[in-house]
Design a protein around this ligand. Structure first.
Ligand code: IMP
Length: 427
């Protein structure tokens, strides 16, 4: 039975939640491997509409075991609230498991995320201010506290004391902020520990055992390739590996166990936060896309920057991740446009480029080269077969496949599960 991964190909918010929700029906386990509550998936299903931040979207199926892997950073308040909301709305959470190696977002991470952003001034990254970056910094800096640590109260107190001592010095001396109280954090996190305890497991072992039983595992990506710490538009990125490599270290799985990797492409581009985005639009089309698609951050509510599909970016993502296919989302959003552009390359200082430069300042100077296709100006949200799509929409899909060198398996034409065209089944 295969392991399949689903990865965002742009700057996040590609609609991975809906794709995972669709595929989860046919798998036994969904495992999330990176990011934290900076992510937000909106899922619409028979239980209602949910804004999910940490719990994998597979939770809506009774037969699916959901794993939050060691690569995810966890704000326990957010996770427990999400679990509570799910329970209140009739969704069972007895098959949800959290890695005991996952790092915890602590109150000083959230505080420092805001203070560091203020200090960056005009160079601010536009983070979600949820403490993600500072938490990953502590993980790598060997100052982190992990979910499993909460169960060893004595050592947790000692660890917290020494870390907090250091953090308070930074808070007070660098940022002239108030120090945080050891006792308050300790008590609060001990309570979180009690509530999280039933969910904590050595989840890498659970994934391994599922594979030994011949079960199917779906690896759920968060954010997108252009926000990856190495291959994204550095430094305007998130602090983690959003690409396929992150899936291996983020759940504890060998790369040779992963059978297929699918990208998720939105039919146009969006980005939230700062950093270069060559195809960004500042005209009425951007506003039209934003309002039709409600392109506002699920986590922060910030309006997303909108632009044309950037095939340079998606081709790059397809290559660095090794996509064998893709899911194209939100094609219906383009329904009303008389013509649609696709960015096929960049021009930088008179030179044509076919891949994004690694330096963000150079990427910001790239001029997108466009190809213009006719729009279809028809409502496609009720269509369920590729051959029913208007010829202009089929041409658009075909051109994206050619330019990204990646076949499109699924086309999403609306938020609901059934608003999907399966070109070639993934499972
Ligand atoms: P952080 O992950 O909060 O540190 O934010 C770093 C950058 O990644 C900012 O530009 C955020 O807007 C962006 N970002 C983080 N998570 C997401 C996401 O789920 N979707 C889109 N952008 C995100």
């Amino acid at each position: 039975m295969p392991v399949i991964a689903v990865i965002g190909a742009q700057w996040g918010d590609e609609g991975k939640g809906k794709i995972i929700d669709l595929l989860a029906e046919k798998v036994n386990m969904v495992a999330r491997f990176s990011g934290g509550n900076n992510a937000g998936h909106t899922v619409v299903n028979p239980y209602g509409e949910f804004a999910m931040h940490l719990v994998p979207s597979g939770i809506f199926y009774r037969h699916v075991t959901c794993v939050v892997g060691n690569g995810v950073v966890i704000d326990p308040a957010v996770l427990l609230e999400e679990i509570d909301q799910l329970k209140k709305r009739g969704v069972e959470v007895d098959k949800l498991f959290i890695s005991d190696r996952a790092h915890l977002i602590m109150p000083y991470h959230i505080l420092l995320d805001g203070l560091e952003e203020e200090a960056r001034g005009g160079g601010a990254i536009g983070t979600t201010r949820k403490g993600i970056g500072p938490c990953y910094m502590d993980k790598v800096g060997r100052l982190g506290i992990r979910t499993g640590d909460l169960l060893q109260r004595d050592t947790f107190r000692d660890r917290l004391r020494s870390v907090l001592d250091y953090k308070n010095r930074i808070l007070t001396r660098v940022y002239e902020a108030q120090p945080l109280s050891l006792e308050e954090i300790y008590d609060k996190y001990c309570r979180y520990g009690e509530q999280l305890a039933p969910f904590l497991r050595e989840t890498d072992l659970m994934v391994e055992q599922a594979l030994e039983r011949g079960e199917m595992v779906l690896l759920e990506g968060a954010q997108g390739t252009m926000l990856d710490i190495d291959f994204g538009t550095y430094p305007y990125v998130t602090s983690t590996a959003t690409m396929i490599g992150g899936a291996c270290s983020g759940v504890g799985l060998s790369p040779v166990r992963i059978d297929r990797i699918y990208g998720v492409f939105k039919a146009y581009a969006t980005r939230v936060g700062s950093g270069p985005m060559p195809t960004e639009l500042f005209d009425d089309t951007a506003g039209l896309i934003r309002e039709r698609a409600h392109e506002y951050g699920t986590t922060t509510g910030r309006p997303r920057r909108c632009g044309w599909f950037d095939a340079v970016v998606t081709r790059f993502s397809a290559r660095v991740n090794g996509f064998c296919g893709a899911c194209l989302t939100r094609l219906d959003i383009l329904d009303t446009l008389p013509s649609i552009k696709i960015c096929t390359g960049y021009r930088l200082n008179g030179e044509a480029l076919t891949r994004p430069p690694s330096n963000s300042a150079l990427l910001a100077k790239c001029e997108p080269l466009y190809e213009e296709l006719d729009g279809w100006q028809t409502d496609i949200s009720r269509l369920r077969h590729l051959e029913d799509l208007p010829p202009q929409a089929r041409s658009y899909v075909r051109r994206l496949e050619e330019l990204t060198d990646c076949p499109i398996n699924i086309i999403s034409v609306g938020p609901r599960r059934e608003q999907t065209i399966v070109v070639k089944a993934i499972l």
